[in-house]
Design a protein around this ligand. Structure first.
Ligand code: GUN
Ligand code: FE
Length: 423
């Protein structure tokens, strides 16, 4: 099926600048972009056009790190740093997902919210519970959005009420992989050791093997908070640095790998990320709320490390990746100011690239309107923000800074218009 979508097209094939086509055309065939044209080529002129008039057409947002199971806590419980925050707030809440009815209620509201905010693909942590995690996978399949969903692995250094039996943790993870690996082209399982401290060495080793056996990607947390980094050094004295723990167990790039935070990554850790093609997920709202500090994103860019953005709900309080983009730009300006302007701050096009094509790379050809990319898009009706003469780039900037879900008219994933989930 061929579709032609017309409107003010803005996207970032490269981080350094926006590609802008006023009243341009996107040719979509079988869910993929065939080409972007200012003037429609003659051979396509008899095809029907979906004309979005003066609205903006931008790629969908790719949220690369988020805890679906912490949705109840979004916007609260910000008065503790990471480890006490987990022990006091997060673990007790996640334990409730033993009850699949409770899980369904939270997960339904979660998916509706991210749909509303223009997230078209997301990588999430569920909880340790197999049944609830499978419900979340099924709900994402029903929604039409794209997702990697991780059953969390945790058999060590956590309260008994949420600690898994090691063998069960592995078996449940494998069962989910077998059931969901090929069930949907858009929704897939991902191996999810919570972070190094919460897994035994046996479980880390087995998860590494499992990932390679089935070719499943991996996500975890890395170098987020000072006390956490010190704790990892104590727990794993043989590792050279935090990321080296994951590497030892084939969980650091043996299959496509995401690491959230990386705020305190050493030079060596960054070097290994680059060599192993590990993608660093910047979660600026969460780093501020949980008091972890700031991530020097420019240092990762200078070293050519792949980057994405994460809402990290509920460490982060904002489900909208547009707003996370603003925080990423703002926090980069603190490094700029503190470095006597030696460390460049993020430009709008760089932040937009990271939220779209950078993060999208984890899902395949996603996050751009270049030929061959999945057509994931948002149609933005920013008329009320746009009462004077603004350029299309200025309109996009104002939508990112000032806009919200009321300005998102439609969402597309893989060429399909995605309606509000009806659960
Ligand atoms: N590290 C281990 N678990 C978590 C979590 O749930 N949130 C954050 N921000 N960091 C973590
Ligand atoms: Fe997290």
């Amino acid at each position: 099926m061929i579709k032609i979508i017309k409107g003010n097209i803005v996207f970032t094939p490269t981080p350094d600048k926006f590609t802008v086509l006023p009243h341009g055309h996107i040719l979509v065939s079988d869910g993929k972009v065939k080409g972007v044209y200012q003037e429609l080529p003659r051979e396509y002129r008899n095809l029907a056009i979906t004309d979005y008039g003066d609205r903006l057409i931008i790629p969908g947002m790719n949220d690369l790190h988020c805890h679906a199971s912490q949705f109840k806590h979004v916007g609260m419980a910000m008065d503790k740093e990471l480890i006490p925050w987990l022990e006091n707030y997060t673990f007790p809440e996640e334990a409730k997902f033993q009850d699949t009815k409770y899980a369904e209620k939270i997960y339904q509201n979660f998916i509706k919210e991210i749909w509303k905010q223009g997230t078209t693909r997301i990588v999430v942590f569920a909880t340790v519970h197999k049944e609830s995690t499978m419900r979340l996978l099924d709900m994402f399949i029903n929604s039409g959005l794209g997702a990697y969903v991780g059953k969390v692995n945790m058999d060590n250094n956590c309260p008994d009420y949420i600690r898994e039996n090691s063998a069960d943790s592995l078996k449940d993870t494998e069962d989910i992989i077998i059931k969901y690996q090929n069930k949907s082209p858009l929704v897939k399982p991902i191996i999810t050791p919570r972070f190094a401290p919460s897994c035994s060495e046996w479980l880390l080793a087995e998860l590494g093997k499992l990932g390679q056996k089935f070719g499943i990607p991996v996500q975890s947390h890395l170098s987020e908070n000072k006390n956490e980094v010190k704790w990892v050094q104590k727990l794993f004295p043989d590792a050279d640095y935090y990321g080296d723990v994951y590497r030892q167990y084939d969980l650091f790039g043996a299959t496509p790998t995401l690491m959230a935070h990386c705020s305190l990554s050493s030079e060596e850790e960054m070097k290994l990320m680059k060599e192993n093609n590990v993608l660093a997920v910047h979660c600026p709202t969460s780093n501020l709320n949980v008091g972890s500090g700031l991530m020097p994103i420019r240092r990762f860019m200078d070293r050519g490390i792949k980057l994405g953005l994460g809402s990290d709900l509920s460490g982060g309080h904002l489900p909208s990746l547009m707003k996370v983009m603003v925080y990423a730009i703002q926090t980069s300006k603190i490094f700029w100011a503190n470095s006597e302007k030696q460390m460049d701050f993020l430009t709008n096009s760089e932040a937009f690239f990271i939220a779209t094509k950078g993060g999208g790379s984890f899902f395949g050809k996603v996050g751009s309107f270049e030929a061959g990319y999945d057509f994931d898009a948002l149609i933005i009706d920013d008329e009320e923000l746009n009462y004077l003469d603004y350029t299309l780039e200025e309109r996009l900037e104002r939508f990112i800074y000032l806009g919200d879900d009321r300005h998102i008219l439609h969402r597309y994933v893989s060429g399909n218009l995605i309606k509000k989930p009806d659960f």
